[in-house]
Write a protein that binds this ligand. Structure first.
Ligand code: ADP
Ligand code: MG
Length: 284
């Protein structure tokens, strides 16, 4: 920072105009910014080094993944700045907000719309898995719409908990993720890997179609117990009108044994996607 009152590094300010807050996470403030030369809008994630003290690994991993990935359904890195106090990460702007908020507003999605969403997430996840990256924190809060149109592209974000495997068959032990979406093998602490993301995606698919999560508990202990049992049902009141193809894909994603769980590539070939794409949307 070359003096003045600007809170941003001078080289960032030379290239970008920074504006309002888009969102806040546990460690970061995200603002909108505009490339002065191209007029393209981006997201600027500002992470205070003081705030992440002791958790530097998360930032290192997030940057390692961002630098390595390039896929339409993953938020990608555009630019990077660093000062003594902060790290400034400039990525694709997701102008349509979180799937979490849209789901809250809508209640649930039609099968046609849900299939369009889940297919995009699966494309991103398949790419990550092909590159031996486990996301480990897939949930509606970390899925962002690129714009506010009904057919908006969906992008996976937040690689802070991701793990880049040294070998494809590496077994991970660290329990992490978000209660509700986390796979049973992550909770049971006997080792897990790539399939844990598919479980989370199964929970997301279930939730997007019904408006409620498949595993539930009065408190965290009861929730964990419910996930560890791995039992869920398709309550008639909510699932009666939903196709068997959708339920079959959910069952294959929420398969308890990770080795028997469907992979991202096989899930993309599941007949539900073709079935749902042909459904006609009722006119409002
Ligand atoms: P943290 O790592 O601290 O959890 P996130 O990366 O999850 O931070 O970002 C916090 C919030 O900022 C997100 O939940 C989202 O609402 C908003 N946000 C993050 N990235 C973008 C983006 N690329 N475009 C638009 N909004 C974003
Ligand atoms: Mg977050």
């Amino acid at each position: 920072n070359k003096g003045g009152d600007s809170p941003y590094p001078w080289d960032l300010e030379k290239k970008y105009t920074v504006s309002g807050v888009l969102g806040k996470g546990s460690f970061a403030v995200v603002r909108r910014c505009k490339d002065k030369r191209t007029n393209i809008d981006y997201a600027l994630k500002i992470i205070s080094k003081k705030v992440i003290k002791g958790k530097e690994q998360m930032l290192t991993t997030e940057l390692d993944v961002l630098k390595q990935v390039d896929h339409p359904n993953l938020v990608t890195l555009h630019d990077l700045f660093e000062t003594k106090e902060n790290v400034y990460i400039i990525t694709d702007l997701a102008n349509g907000g979180e799937l979490y908020n849209q789901l809250e507003q809508k209640g649930h999605y039609t099968e046609k719309d849900a299939a369009h969403l889940i297919e995009q997430v699966l494309q991103g996840v398949a790419y990550l898995h092909d590159n031996d990256i486990v996301h480990r924190d897939l949930k509606p809060e970390n899925l962002l719409f690129s714009d506010a149109t009904p057919n908006s592209k969906l992008m996976i974000t937040d690689f802070g908990l991701s793990k880049i495997l040294k070998n494809h068959d590496d077994i991970l032990m660290t329990a992490c993720g978000t209660p509700g979406y986390v796979a049973p093998e992550v909770l049971s602490q006997k080792g897990y890997s790539i399939p844990c993301d598919i479980w989370s995606l199964g929970v997301i698919l279930y939730t997007v179609l019904s408006g409620y999560t498949p595993f539930w508990g009065q408190d965290q202990a009861a929730l964990f117990d419910s996930i560890l049992k791995g039992r869920y049902d398709f309550d008639e009141d909510y699932w009666d009108h939903i196709s068997n193809e959708a339920k079959d894909l959910i069952n294959k994603m929420l398969t308890y044994k990770p080795s028997e769980r469907i992979t991202a590539h096989d899930a993309l070939k599941h007949p539900w996607f073709e079935y749902a794409a042909k459904l006609t949307v009722p006119q409002a």
